[in-house]
Design a protein around this ligand. Structure first.
Ligand SMILES: Cc1cc2nc3c(=O)[nH]c(=O)nc-3n(C[C@H](O)[C@H](O)[C@H](O)COP(=O)(O)OP(=O)(O)OC[C@H]3O[C@@H](n4cnc5c(N)ncnc54)[C@H](O)[C@@H]3O)c2cc1C
Length: 379
């Protein structure tokens, strides 16, 4: 135990996109900010690594120019069914491809330059009393703050400690990601469906192709390993077969995660302002979780600044305002994400849907628009 715990205005648990974006935003107003991140930077993460352009103005405000880092501009979209039926569309707003290895690392560097303290540790307990938080790490360091932002991703031991409802349900989804070298257009993001899942394909800053797929455990468990699963299930989609068979892997072994959950969560719990996947996660089929994480960081930072400056008079009002803004921005997007993912999980239906979309090509950009946001404002 620390005899005199260090005090901060804001402690942020988790230094991914949501945590680091809010850390930079808050430090611009000279608040004393601590980010507790359990892993070191840089580090690869399981993610499709295609980000919607809606975040560009805000990233610019935070001081990050993704194109200087080599991000690929992406404006074309392809979608195929498990049988390989393909449709193509222009992306209404477009996006870019950059690895989490680079993006999270650059945000962490910027946060440090701006005066944010980043501690490599695992946060284990968050206790709220007398209008203050006490955060304890696994190695028993203690910190006090007026505000805690929970930005620790989709699922963590902390959710159990906080007794959050969604954590009581098991999730059937697992995901696999790898970087490979091969031929693929750099202005394209593709989503190729296979029986029981879908695989995102797009290029990142070092010309690697990111292959990232999500599937359910039921589909996976019949096979002895990832290689067999890919060969017997993914490769039935000829587009995936061509990409996998004509590329060379960059990673020693693919990255995997399990228990990926899309259950409903609350944006505020135990007085903690939840951001990014900690507040709610959209199906990666809609390819937009990263911009939601960054946008929620902006929303949280704005209300927290108003609260710390006395423009929001009480903690209760702060929590209400954040929940209201979060729901207004994301609730419908999440619903649309569920609908789209459900439709594509039914193989026969997805074949019919693609035939329908071929007849009415203007529908696809409309669906994409409903799962994406508008360009973010600067602050
Ligand atoms: C298979 C898959 C593909 C995806 N593809 C895309 C895509 O192409 N485009 C897109 O926009 N989105 C995609 N997403 C979603 C996207 O990855 C997430 O929405 C995004 O990473 C959320 O960012 P975050 O900051 O909320 O969480 P994270 O990036 O997960 O960051 C959370 C951080 O908290 C840390 N942490 C956890 N517990 C603790 C603790 N106790 N103490 C300290 N630190 C802790 C973790 O180490 C991590 O660094 C995909 C997701 C999946 C699963």
């Amino acid at each position: 135990m620390t005899p005199y715990p260090s005090k901060f205005d804001v402690i942020i648990i988790g230094g991914g996109l949501a945590g680091l974006s809010s850390a930079i935003h808050l430090s611009k107003q000279d608040y004393k900010v601590l980010v507790i991140e359990k892993n070191e930077y840089p580090k690869h993460k399981v993610c499709g690594e295609y980000i919607s352009n809606e975040v560009l103005p805000y990233l610019d405000y935070l001081g990050i120019d993704v194109f200087k880092l080599g991000a690929k501009k992406i404006n074309r979209f392809e979608l195929s069914t498990p049988k390989g039926r393909l449709i193509k569309a222009k992306l209404p707003l477009g996006g870019f491809g950059i690895s989490r290895y680079t993006l999270d690392f650059e945000l962490a560097k910027k946060a440090k330059i701006d005066g944010v303290e980043i501690l490599q540790a695992s946060a284990e307990k968050i206790h709220f009393e007398d209008d203050l938080f006490l955060v304890t790490t696994k190695n028993n360091q203690e910190f006090i703050s007026k505000i805690v932002i929970g930005a620790y991703g989709k699922r963590a031991a902390l959710d159990v400690a906080l007794d959050r409802n969604f954590i009581k349900n098991k999730s059937p989804f697992l995901a696999v990601k790898m970087h490979v070298k091969g031929s693929f257009s750099e202005d394209l993001v593709a989503l190729h469906n296979f029986k029981g899942g879908y695989c995102g394909v797009s290029k990142v800053e070092d010309d690697s192709i990111n292959l990232c797929y999500i599937t359910n455990f039921e589909s996976f468990k019949a096979y002895k390993d990832i290689d067999e699963f890919q060969e017997k299930v993914l490769f039935k989609n000829t587009h995936l077969k061509t990409i996998f068979e004509n590329s060379k892997t960059v990673f020693n072994t693919p990255l995997t995660i399990s228990q990926v959950s899309f259950s409903r969560k609350n944006p505020v719990e135990n007085h903690i302002i939840m951001c990014g996947d900690t507040a709610g996660m959209i199906h990666p089929l809609c390819g937009n979780g990263m911009s939601m994480a960054i946008r929620s960081a902006q929303m949280a930072s704005r209300v927290i600044i108003d609260y710390l400056q006395g423009k929001i008079e009480s903690r209760e009002l702060l929590e209400k305002k954040y929940s209201k803004t979060w729901n207004a921005e994301f609730k419908n997007r999440l619903k649309m994400g569920h609908v789209v993912a459900n439709l594509f999980s039914r193989n026969t239906f997805s074949e019919i849907l693609i035939i329908g979309l071929k007849w009415f090509p203007s529908l696809l950009p409309i669906i994409i628009k409903h799962t994406h946001g508008k360009l973010m404002e600067i602050q």
